[in-house]
Design a protein around this ligand. Structure first.
Ligand SMILES: NC(=O)c1ccc[n+]([C@@H]2O[C@H](COP(=O)([O-])OP(=O)(O)OC[C@H]3O[C@@H](n4cnc5c(N)ncnc54)[C@H](O)[C@@H]3O)[C@@H](O)[C@H]2O)c1
Length: 314
């Protein structure tokens, strides 16, 4: 069997997230062996990457020519070729337990025993699709945020049986390619980012449903309020600064009130009738045909914000 090579990775699944990983790995100088079960998806992916890199070059975000980065992304026609020599294989197929179970079973058979097997799953704990594998100790979740080349967070979430070395190889790799890995110490459905996002969305839906504000004004609470602070520091650091003597002082002043409010913050069922009203309000703000253009605008704003953030001390 071949040996692992510290400058080779495999990327499995060439959709939205797979191609983002390929770009990030290749920009960091790694050779990327890129596989998709559908050859057409692989072709489309290489084409998309070229377009994205060209846009990034126009914004002066690349350190070398597009062609040099593209040359490190090697489309391959089998999973075995994607795994060959790779020290880490990043899986990005459909978000279902059977699909993840099946692809991890194959990757565990094909990859070198020392290789790390990482899944981009957004919600599924690694234990839900790796339990029966001989190599389950080298499996974990590495969940990126979308789009990963603009939002650097990666949630590294091991299963109870993942070994420490696997975790540290993964944490080091994501840091090396310029991402910001965080460790999810215990398995939990949805990891950290989507749980926090879910908590905010559920409260927004409750406030909307109960008639406290329009969707537009609720978005403004984030856009002109919390989101501004939270774009460069987290809620814990925020409250540390919002009372003269820090977190404990903040909690002494406002903790009881937050606890009282928390008792009135129920779950939300995402009622289709309420969603339809929000949809209508959104379409009045932004017609469906303008969605893509607005997403491009968002990516440009994110790019500017990220450049600002990179220049700040941590
Ligand atoms: N879209 C997001 O915002 C986002 C963010 C973070 C994580 N994720 C996670 O990333 C994963 C991929 O999501 P996506 O949005 O890129 O999906 P996608 O539908 O864009 O891409 C999936 C790709 O996998 C390919 N594929 C399917 N079965 C395969 C197989 N057996 N072998 C090889 N290739 C196969 C498909 O042809 C397709 O190209 C999911 O687990 C998702 O939860 C998505």
């Amino acid at each position: 069997m071949s040996h692992v090579n510290a400058s080779v990775v495999g990327v499995v699944g060439a959709g939205l997230i797979g191609r983002a990983w390929a770009m990030l790995f290749a920009q960091a100088g790694l050779r990327v062996q890129m596989y998709d079960a559908y050859p057409a998806a692989l072709d489309a992916c290489i084409h998309e990457i070229e377009k994205l890199l060209t846009d990034m070059q126009a914004s002066e975000l690349l350190h070398e020519p597009v062609a040099a980065i593209l040359a490190r992304i090697v489309p391959v026609t089998s999973l075995a070729e994607a795994c060959r020599d790779a020290f880490l294989i990043q899986e990005n197929v459909r978000e279902t337990i059977p699909a993840k179970t099946d692809i991890f079973k194959q990757m565990d058979l094909l990859a070198h025993p020392q290789a790390v097997l990482a899944s981009s799953t957004s919600w599924l704990p690694a234990s839900s699709f790796t339990e029966s594998l001989a190599g389950r100790a080298r499996c974990l979740v590495a969940h990126p945020a979308n789009p990963p080349y603009l939002i650097p967070l990666v949630e590294v979430a091991p299963a109870p049986w993942t070994d420490e070395n696997t975790v540290s190889v993964a944490m080091r790799l994501y840091a090396r390619i310029g991402q910001e890995p965080v460790l999810v110490r215990k398995e939990i459905h949805g990891f950290l980012l989507n749980r926090v996002q879910g908590a905010v969305l559920n409260e927004m839906l409750n406030l909307y449903e109960q008639g406290y504000a329009s969707a537009h004004d609720l978005d403004k609470v984030m856009k002109f309020g919390l989101g501004l602070r939270w774009s460069f520091m987290g809620p814990f650091e925020t409250i540390d600064l919002n009372a003269p003597e820090g977190v404990a002082d903040y909690a002494a002043r406002y903790g009881d009130t937050y606890a009282q409010v928390a008792r009135t913050q129920g779950h939300n069922n995402w009622d289709p009738e309420v969603i339809a009203r929000i949809e209508q309000e959104r379409r009045e703000q932004l017609p469906a045909e303008a969605l893509q253009q607005r997403a491009r605008w968002r990516d440009n704003r994110l790019m500017a914000l990220r450049q600002h953030q990179k220049k700040q001390p941590l």
